[in-house]
Design a protein around this ligand. Structure first.
Ligand code: B12
Length: 701
C-alpha cells in the first residue's frame, strides 16, 4: 500500500480480473513494516480493504517482510522475532489466508558463510511456519544440523540477540582456516596476505626481504595469485568492493616498487604471457565513470590487462583502439538513457567493420530487456549486459574459458526468450483523450516573494558535511551499512574531508544556480515568460507534473554541482579517487536539498508539501529537457557546469531539476505511455520523428 489505498484497490481489482492470487507485502505510505505492531496494523488494513472489495480471503498471501539480522545495528536484531510472532498471529487472525516471504534476506549479514545461512533459514522456518517461502532448497540442511547449534540459533532469534550468531560465524571461519600470525609467515606468504588485506604500509620492507627472487616471479606468482584470490572472494560475497579497491591499490604500489628493478623484462614477459585484454569506455555524451573504474579494477584482479579509454568516448575512437590493441572484449558503460543510443552506434560500427568480439554493456541505464531487444540483434557477435562488476568479471572469465561457447549459447537463448515474450505483449490500446479526467489540476498557485535567477557559491563545507547520507555513501562502495567495513570507510572519508587541500577544493567547487519564476501550466507543459518545459503523463495513474502546478503559479528551478574543482586534487590512488568521487556525489545531493531551501525561502508562504523532481528521474524522464533548463538559467556562464551532447552534466556530481510546492504535489513514476501520446508529445515539443524515435524509445515506453 506504498502508494495509498486507492491505487492498492485498483491494482487488486486488476489482479482479481485475471483470477490470480495476491501477494500482499506489508508496506504502507510510510514504508516497510519492520515491527510486530506495524506488520499487524498494515495486514489488518489491507485485508479489510481487499475483502470489502469482494476478494476471496483464500487468494490473499501476506508477505511480512523478512529483514536482515546481525547487521551490527541493535534494532535489527529484533526483526526475526517480529516476523515470527507476526506470522503466527496472522495465521490465527486470517485462517483462510496464507503467509509467504523471501528467506535469504534474514541472513544477508552472514554472506560468505553458507553453512550458517542454511542453518538460520532452517530454524527460522521451523519457528515461523510460513505456508510458502522463496529460498534455495539446496541450502537447507534438515538432518545435518546438530541439536546444540539449532538451540543456539533458536534462542538467538527469539531473544532478539544476534551475538551468539556472530560467535557461531566466527567459529565457522576459524574452522575453515586457522590463520598464522604475521610473524609465522614466510616473506612470500606475508606479501600475499598484505595484498589480500589491501595494506600498503610495510610493502617496501616485505619486498626488500624478497630481493633474492626475480621480480617477474614476484609479480606473476605472488601478486597475481593474491589478486586472483581477492577476485574469487569478492565473487563469492566474502569481500566487499571497498576491500577489492584497497587490494588493487596495494598491488599497484607493489608493482611500482618493483618496476625500477625490471622495467624491460616486465613488458617483455607481459607481452609473452598473453594476459587477456579488455577495453573499457564510458560512451559519448556520458561523463559517469565510477562504475566503469570499478569494473576495470575487478577485471584487473582477474588477470585482465585493462585499457581504459575514459569518458565521453565516441564510436570511432573505440573502433581505433580495438584495432590497435586487439582486446578479448570491450566494455561500454552508461548512466543515463541517452547513452543507450551511443551503445547502439558502437555495436553497429563493430558489425559494419567485421569485428565480432564480445561487447559487455553495463551501468544504471542498461537492462537485460533493452540489451536483448535493441542491442544484441545489431551484432552477429555477443552483446552481454551484466549488473555489477563481479558478475561482469565472472561472465568474462567464463566466456573466454574452455566452456565459453556453451555460456554464450545460453546467453543467446536467454535473450531470445526475452524477445519472444516481449513480442507477445499487446501494444497499449488506450485512448489518451480521457486521461486528463483522471486527475485534477492544482487550483491555487503559490506567490513568489521575489523572482529571478541567483547564484550561491559560498557554502560552509563543515555544515553541509553533517548532512551527508552515509548510508548512501557506503552503498556506493557496495558495503552494507552498520558493518565494521562500513565504519572503516566512513572514518576514512571523514578524515579525507578534513584535509585542508581537499576541504578547500570542495569549498571552491560547490555552486548552485537557482531561480524563482512565475509560470503558467496548461496540464501538458509548464511555461515561464521565456521557456517551455514539456511533460509526459502516466496513462495508468493519469499523473503528470504540470497538474501539480496551478494555471498561474510560482516554481523554482536549479542546477547544483559539488565538484567543479575536484579534478585538481585527484591522483592515481584508486582508493582516494573513488572516495573523493563518491563524497562529491553525496555533497551534490546535499546541495540539491540546499537549492530546495533557498527556493522555498522565495515563496511568500512556505507550502506544506514540496517536491524536487530531477530531469531524467521517473516523473520527468525526458533528459533533453535539460537543454531548456541550461539555456534558461545560463548555467555554463553562471556556474561553469556544462551539458554534453547527450544531456549529461559535467562535472558528474551535478543535479538539476525543479522545485514545486502546494497541495497534492507528490512523486510518482511514469511507466505507461502509448505511442499516440509519444507522437503528440513530440509534436508539442517540435521535434522530428527521427529525433523522437531516438530519444523516446530508449526510455522504455
Ligand atoms: C548516485 C547517483 C547519482 C549521483 C552521482 C552520479 C554520477 N557520479 O554520475 C548524483 C547525485 C550526482 C546523480 C545525478 C544524476 N542522476 Co543519478 N543516480 C545515482 C544512483 C542513486 C546510484 C548510481 C551510482 O553511482 N551507483 C554506484 C556505482 C558504483 O554503480 P554504477 O555506476 O551503476 O556501476 C556499477 C554497475 O552499474 C556496473 N557497471 C557500470 N559500468 C559498467 C560497464 C560495464 C561494461 C559493465 C559490465 C558493468 C558496469 O558495475 C558497477 C560496479 O558494480 C542511481 C540509481 C541506481 N540505483 O543506480 C541514479 C540514476 C543513475 N541517476 C539518474 C539520473 C536521472 C540522474 C540525473 C540526470 C538527475 C538530475 N537531473 O540531476 C543526474 C545526472 C548527473 C550527470 N552528471 O549528468 C537515473 C538515470 C535514469 C536513466 N535511465 O536515465 C538513475 C538510474 C535514478 C533513477 N532511478 O531514475 N545521480
Amino acid at each position: 500500500m506504498k502508494e495509498g489505498e486507492e491505487l492498492f484497490i485498483r491494482r487488486a481489482e486488476r489482479i482479481a480480473s485475471f483470477g490470480h492470487a495476491f501477494v500482499v507485502m506489508l508496506f504502507d505510505e510510510e514504508g516497510q513494516a519492520a515491527s510486530y505492531e506495524r506488520k499487524l496494523a498494515i495486514a489488518e488494513r489491507s485485508y479489510t480493504l481487499l475483502v470489502e472489495a469482494g476478494i476471496d480471503p483464500s487468494a490473499i498471501i501476506f508477505d511480512p517482510n523478512v529483514l536482515a539480522i546481525g547487521t551490527g545495528i541493535k534494532e535489527h536484531d529484533s526483526y526475526a522475532k517480529a516476523t515470527i510472532d507476526a506470522t503466527r498471529e496472522l495465521k490465527k487472525r486470517y485462517p483462510l489466508s496464507y503467509v509467504s516471504g523471501g528467506i535469504s534476506n534474514l541472513s544477508y549479514a552472514f554472506r560468505g558463510n553458507d553453512p550458517l545461512r542454511g542453518a538460520l533459514h532452517e530454524v527460522f522456518l521451523d519457528l515461523a511456519r510460513f505456508d510458502l517461502a522463496i529460498l534455495n532448497p539446496s541450502s537447507m540442511h534438515q538432518s545435518s544440523l546438530d541439536e546444540k547449534t539449532r538451540k543456539i540459533i533458536r534462542e538467538a532469534l527469539l531473544s532478539s540477540n544476534s551475538s551468539p550468531l556472530l560467535n557461531l560465524a566466527l567459529a565457522e571461519q576459524s574452522k575453515e582456516k586457522a590463520e598464522p600470525g604475521a610473524a609465522d609467515l614466510k616473506g612470500e606468504e606475508l606479501l600475499a596476505k598484505t595484498i589480500i588485506e589491501g595494506e600498503i604500509l610495510g610493502l617496501e620492507e616485505i619486498l626488500d626481504s624478497l630481493i633474492h627472487l626475480e621480480p617477474l616471479f614476484i609479480i606473476d606468482s605472488i601478486l597475481m595469485e593474491a589478486m586472483k584470490t581477492v577476485g574469487a572472494r569478492f565473487a563469492e560475497g566474502k569481500m566487499f568492493l571497498s576491500q577489492i579497491v584497497r587490494s588493487a591499490r596495494a598491488m599497484k604500489n607493489a608493482v611500482d616498487i618493483l618496476r625500477p628493478r625490471l622495467e624491460a623484462q616486465l613488458t617483455e614477459k607481459k607481452r609473452a604471457s598473453g594476459t587477456r585484454k579488455a577495453i573499457l569506455a564510458t560512451v559519448k555524451g556520458d561523463v559517469h565513470d565510477i562504475g566503469k573504474n570499478i569494473v576495470g579494477l575487478v577485471l584487473s584482479c582477474n588477470d585482465f590487462d585493462v585499457i581504459d579509454l575514459g569518458v565521453m568516448v565516441d564510436e570511432q575512437t573505440i573502433l581505433r583502439a580495438v584495432k590497435e590493441h586487439g582486446p578479448d572484449l570491450v566494455g561500454l558503460s552508461g548512466l543515463i538513457t541517452p547513452s543507450l543510443k551511443e551503445m547502439e552506434k558502437v555495436i553497429s560500427l563493430f558489425e559494419a567493420s567485421g569485428l565480432h568480439l564480445p561487447v559487455f554493456v553495463g551501468g544504471a541505464t542498461t537492462s537485460e530487456v533493452h540489451t536483448a531487444l535493441k542491442l544484441a540483434p545489431l551484432s552477429s557477435g555477443a552483446v552481454i549486459q551484466t549488473g555489477d562488476a563481479s558478475e561482469m568479471a565472472l561472465t568474462a572469465v567464463e566466456i573466454l574459458g574452455p566452456e565459453g561457447q556453451e555460456r554464450l549459447d545460453a546467453i543467446r537463448l536467454q535473450y531470445e526468450a526475452i524477445r519472444m515474450n516481449h513480442a507477445k505483449e499487446e501494444p497499449s490500446k488506450k485512448q489518451i483523450a480521457d486521461l486528463l479526467g483522471k486527475q485534477e489540476q492544482k487550483r491555487t498557485g503559490l506567490k513568489a516573494k521575489k523572482t529571478g535567477v541567483f547564484v550561491k557559491d559560498d557554502f560552509d563545507l563543515s555544515e553541509l558535511a553533517k548532512r551527508i547520507s552515509w548510508r548512501m555513501y557506503v552503498q556506493g562502495w557496495g558495503v552494507p551499512f552498520g558493518t565494521d567495513e562500513a565504519k572503516r570507510i566512513i572514518a576514512e572519508a571523514k578524515e579525507l574531508l578534513a584535509e585542508e587541500e581537499i576541504a578547500s577544493s570542495f569549498t571552491r567547487g560547490m555552486k548552485v544556480v537557482y531561480s524563482m519564476m512565475n509560470v503558467h501550466s496548461d496540464r501538458y507543459a509548464i511555461a515561464t515568460d521565456t521557456h517551455v518545459f514539456h511533460f509526459l503523463r502516466d496513462e495508468g495513474s493519469g499523473l503528470s507534473l504540470p497538474d501539480m502546478v496551478a494555471k498561474q503559479d510560482a516554481v523554482g528551478f536549479f542546477v547544483a554541482s559539488s565538484a567543479l574543482d575536484l579534478e585538481t586534487i585527484l591522483d592515481d590512488d584508486p582508493v582516494r579517487t573513488l572516495t573523493l568521487k563518491l563524497l562529491a556525489d553525496r555533497l551534490a545531493e546535499v546541495l540539491a536539498q540546499e537549492a530546495q531551501s533557498l527556493i522555498a525561502d522565495l515563496w511568500e508562504e512556505t507550502p506544506r508539501s514540496i517536491i524536487r523532481p530531477a530531469i531524467g528521474y521517473p516523473s520527468w524522464s525526458d533528459h533533453s529537457e535539460k537543454k531548456t533548463l541550461f539555456e534558461m538559467l545560463k548555467v555554463k556562464e553562471r556556474i561553469g557546469v556544462s551539458l554534453s551532447s547527450n544531456y549529461a552534466m559535467d562535472p558528474p556530481s551535478s543535479v538539476c531539476g525543479a522545485v514545486i510546492g502546494g497541495e497534492g504535489v507528490r512523486y510518482f513514476t511514469i511507466s505507461d505511455v502509448s505511442q499516440a501520446q509519444l507522437e503528440r508529445y513530440a509534436r508539442r515539443k517540435g521535434v522530428s520523428d527521427r529525433e523522437l524515435a531516438s530519444f523516446l524509445k530508449d526510455m522504455g515506453y
